[in-house]
Design a protein around this ligand. Structure first.
Ligand SMILES: Nc1ncnc2c1ncn2[C@@H]1O[C@H](COP(=O)(O)OP(=O)(O)OP(=O)(O)O)[C@@H](O)[C@H]1O
Ligand SMILES: [Mg+2]
Length: 297
């Protein structure tokens, strides 16, 4: 472990928050406690869908995620917030092994999905990514028709016995994503002919077409206008009845609107986690408070 990357006191001081009275001793105590930083708040939930313990991520020498432990509940929206570069996307990508696609990335610790370690050698990664779908910052439809974008996943996973069943999956997925009425007469047109907000809803339809259990969203509205954003937020609220959703967002208003629990990350550590309302009204850690009151970020 490398001391140079522990929480940067000068940055906190310049942000106007109180520094530790005895930072070196506090850091030593944190290391003794088993992690570089002990999270404030209860990281556990009853019957979690995901249970992450002592997760560390390295990009070569760079230690990007530091001993993060957190559970993710079923039928819950968990928001992950924190300053740029604090590791939100990195942690999100651990949950469906998207970091596998980055050669320098190394993940340690344990991440259990429904009690099974997703980093187990026997884990089929294609299967995992169907169970744990992902929606990205920029809508990324395939260069295919609207229909084919949604039909692709069910087809490769053999979810439809025939064309009638496939049509039905495409229909329900588009409907659940709140897009059906806008596209039902133009299913064979290229997905790229849709507006940005429609493309993002198409990407959500594509994700739910393969019956996932969890949907990961990395700043899904940052490329959208306020109206398209409101539609996605409404959709997230509806989807929560069926799926666990983890959303990374730079908008604290969005986190407050859509999530039930919020996790605050800082320099790769999970500083605080708790019910969204409490995090935003009564944060316990001075770093969380400094961030939500806009003193840095
Ligand atoms: N592929 C990579 N190779 C090396 N370092 C990386 C890579 N991806 C991210 N990092 C580093 O890991 C740290 C965490 O990055 P990450 O993208 O997870 O942050 P983030 O919280 O999502 O930031 P943002 O809010 O800007 O999207 C940063 O210091 C970043 O520079
Ligand atoms: Mg990011």
């Amino acid at each position: 472990m490398n001391d140079s990357a522990t929480l940067d006191e000068s940055r906190i001081r310049s942000a106007g928050a109180e520094p530790h009275a005895d930072a070196p001793r506090a850091r030593a105590a944190e290391r003794l406690a088993g992690g570089e930083f002990s999270t404030v708040g209860d990281v556990t939930v009853p019957d979690p869908i995901f249970s992450c313990r002592h997760v560390n991520v390295y990009y070569g020498e760079k230690h990007a995620i530091r001993d993060v432990s957190i559970d993710i509940a079923r039928q819950e929206v968990l928001a992950m917030i924190g300053p740029s570069g604090c590791g939100k996307s990195t942690f999100l990508r651990c949950l469906n092994r998207m970091n596998d696609t980055i050669p320098s990335a190394r993940v340690t610790g344990s991440i259990l999905l429904d009690g099974r370690d997703i980093y187990d050698r026997k884990q089929d990664v294609v299967q995992l990514r169907a169970r744990v779908g992902m929606v990205f910052q920029k809508p990324n439809p395939f260069p295919k028709s609207i229909y084919e974008n949604v039909a692709y996943g069910p087809r490769i996973h053999g979810l439809a016995a025939d064309r009638v069943e496939l049509d039905e999956i495409v229909h329900t997925s588009l409907q659940r994503a709140g897009l059906w009425d806008e596209v039902k007469d133009r299913l064979s047109q290229p997905a790229t002919s849709l507006s940005g907000g429609q493309q993002q809803r198409l990407c959500i339809a594509r994700t739910i077409a393969v019956n996932p259990e969890v949907i990961l969203m990395d700043e899904p509205c940052s490329a959208l206008d306020p109206i398209a954003t409101a539609r996605i937020e409404d959709l997230i609220d509806e989807l929560r009845a069926t799926y666990a959703i983890v959303i990374v967002t730079h908008s604290m208003q969005q986190a407050a609107r859509v999530s039930q629990r919020t996790a605050y990350f800082h320099l790769g550590s999970l500083v605080e986690v708790g019910p969204t309302e409490r995090i935003f009204t009564n944060p316990r850690h001075r770093l969380t408070e400094a961030y939500i009151t806009g003193r840095f970020g």
